[in-house]
Design a binder for this molecule. Structure first.
Ligand code: FFO
Ligand code: ATP
Length: 188
């Protein structure tokens, strides 16, 4: 299957935009916003990610979740083709993976996350997202219908309208440095 037209060019533009945002801010961390404890309430496990390059870094959000007693899972990636798995980060040292990723060892316990923090290149008003183009998160989220899907991004990564394919999985919310953006009707 090929992507909707425009995704490839948009990825290139948004990688440059994101790098410029981080250069201007001097940090890639997204601090815990007002409303985070409401968003986390009741969750047993949250899947996060270890930021690379100029990705919005969810580390402060992960620290808040840990303080709230929520277990942390991280994606384990093998290749572009193979689905990612969310594995529990139980304190075992993380190891280098493909694409410059840092991840749990392949034999860490498998997780069933209640919330998935999702890295992204761009998001739009309808909370569609543009990812790395391997479909890893689209496939993972399609298999986790009950999980709350929460993008983590800088507000400057927002665009008006993204090209959308049939398999694209919209987000319920996006956490940015300016606060939490909810999709219409997503906040219960
Ligand atoms: N931090 C982080 N972890 C993640 C993702 C992500 O976007 N960010 N993923 C999101 O799906 C999954 C990994 N999937 C990926 C798929 C493609 C590329 C990729 O194409 N990367 C760039 C740079 C590669 C490099 O530096 O070697 C590229 O190839 O152009 C990266 C991750 C799971 N873990
Ligand atoms: N549920 C699915 N089952 C099988 N393949 C899928 C599924 N969802 C997406 N794909 C495949 O993934 C590929 C990449 O999709 P897309 O370009 O939308 O990725 P993305 O959303 O930008 O990235 P990602 O989800 O990795 O962060 C597509 O070619 C698509 O066929």
């Amino acid at each position: 299957m090929t992507d909707a037209p425009g995704k490839i060019a948009l990825r290139r533009t948004m990688r440059a935009t994101r790098a410029a945002i981080v250069a201007a801010r001097g940090s890639s961390a997204i601090e815990a916003p007002p409303g985070l404890s409401d968003l986390l309430r009741g969750a047993g496990t949250i899947a996060a990610y270890v930021a690379t390059g100029s990705e919005a870094d969810p580390a402060p959000l992960v620290a808040a979740a840990r303080r709230a007693g929520i277990a942390i899972a991280l994606p384990h990636t093998v290749s572009r083709e193979e689905p990612i798995r969310f594995l529990i980060d139980d304190g075992t040292p993380l190891i280098p993976g493909p694409f410059g990723l840092t991840q749990p060892p392949h034999d860490a316990p498998e997780a069933a996350p209640d919330i998935v923090l999702v890295p992204l290149l761009a998001f739009d008003a309808a909370l569609h997202r543009l990812g790395q183009g391997a479909g890893h998160y689209d496939r993972a989220l399609a298999g986790l219908r009950k999980a709350l899907r929460v993008g983590v991004a800088f507000s400057g990564q927002r665009v008006d309208v993204l090209p959308v394919d049939s398999w694209d999985q919209p987000l319920d919310a996006v956490i940015t440095e300016a606060g939490i953006v909810w999709r219409d009707g997503a906040k219960s």
